[in-house]
Design a protein around this ligand. Structure first.
Ligand SMILES: NC(=O)c1ccc[n+]([C@@H]2O[C@H](COP(=O)([O-])OP(=O)(O)OC[C@H]3O[C@@H](n4cnc5c(N)ncnc54)[C@H](OP(=O)(O)O)[C@@H]3O)[C@@H](O)[C@H]2O)c1
Length: 331
């Protein structure tokens, strides 16, 4: 089969021929129809990911049809159209993943391939209202956004939400979830055009985080926020503390902008803020996220679709940060 295999760090992204894997006991083999990029794939290609094991087929998100079953599975899933929960072996404690937790696409072979084998418990029916491409966009960003908003921050309908850096895949998923939950959502971006696109998707407003004293301007326009979702960190994080309402909750899932070095502790403790780290999600988070997506017919936003053979161009688009929505590979 054809697959994007990384044999060594910095190896150019290219399709290579590898053998079709046989499903082990408890696994199903899925013929993939589409997959989606996450920034993680770019970090992995550059060797900037912990616990690297090479060679490895990249890709965490995928949708396809079950074509073969390993031994030990009672239910016959052959012919079913499925999506995959890429976060596996979380463990018993819902608050934090165990040391066994792994993500499809590093260290175990992922979805940028014609076929992938996964333990059957991580295979879920594709939401019926989604196209193949929309379903491919959902898993990793969807479960991360869902846990950040609901499991961690306990978001309620009609609360005010701020989502930082709306160009990110998780951020945009958080936007569509929060809008579906009937919340008042504001976003930030380095691009005024992306803010306009977010407003078209249901955001009430937005602010360019590159502008001077943006937090003061935003507070004047929109007031303070109950829930803040951040994947950037960096010194802009201090402004997120400023815009939080007393008792506000901040969920942080990424650190694209680097270390946070300038937050004044009194701003956190006098406002009684809750600042919570969050990473992907449990099987339960994934199940409830799918239920939410079905119930509100939520549709992930797609930026661009490339054939699998043009994955190199797709990686370049993500590295350049030009996307608004998920970058999809059609197999
Ligand atoms: N913990 C987890 O489970 C988890 C899961 C997924 C991703 N992540 C991490 O989360 C981060 C985002 O990943 P992703 O795949 O969703 O998105 P992505 O496609 O990597 O998006 C990056 C976006 O971050 C925004 N950004 C960059 N610098 C910023 C700054 N200084 N302030 C505010 N926003 C800034 C930009 O938004 P604009 O273009 O709008 O300016 C950019 O489009 C990455 O670091 C990733 O590794 C973590």
């Amino acid at each position: 089969m054809k697959a994007i295999v990384l044999n060594e760090i910095h190896e150019p992204i290219a399709l290579k021929e590898v053998s079709i894997p046989e499903p082990s006991t408890g696994e199903v083999c899925i013929q993939l129809k589409a997959s989606a990029l996450n920034h993680r794939d770019v970090w992995v290609q550059k060797g900037l990911y912990p616990g690297m094991k090479l060679p490895c087929i990249l890709g965490s998100d995928g949708v396809g049809t079950v074509v073969k079953m390993g031994d030990g599975i009672v239910e016959d899933l052959v012919g079913e159209e499925v999506i995959i929960n890429p976060g596996m072996f979380w463990g018993e404690n819902p608050d934090v993943a165990s040391k066994d937790f792994v993500i499809l696409g590093m260290p175990i072979n992922g979805t940028f391939a014609e076929f992938v084998n996964v333990p059957f418990e991580y295979v879920h029916a594709k939401p019926e209202h989604l196209s193949i491409e929309q379903a491919a966009a959902l898993p990793l960003a969807g479960v991360t956004a869902y846990r950040a908003l609901f499991t961690k921050a306990g978001l309620l309908p009609e609360e005010k939400v701020f989502i930082n850096g709306i160009g990110g895949g998780v951020a945009l998923m958080a936007l569509v979830f929060a809008v579906a939950n009937d919340c008042e959502v504001y976003v930030s971006s380095s691009s005024d055009e992306k803010i306009e696109k977010a407003i078209a998707l249901g955001a009430k407003g937005g602010i360019n985080y590159k502008t001077e004293k943006w937090s003061k301007k935003l507070i004047k326009e929109a007031g303070y926020f109950d829930v803040i979702i951040d994947g950037a960190g960096g010194d802009n994080f201090a402004s997120l503390v400023d815009i939080a309402a007393p008792g506000g909750r901040i969920s942080i899932y990424g650190g694209t902008a680097g270390n946070i070095s300038n937050v004044l502790p009194p701003k956190i403790f006098f406002k009684q803020l809750k600042i919570m780290g969050t990473t992907m999600g449990t099987q339960t988070d994934f199940d409830i996220m799918l239920h939410f997506v079905d119930k509100y017919e939520v549709e992930p936003v797609i930026d661009k679709i490339y054939p699998l053979s043009e994955a190199k161009e797709a990686f370049k688009r993500m590295e350049d940060g030009k996307q608004f929505g998920k970058i999809i590979l059609k197999h």
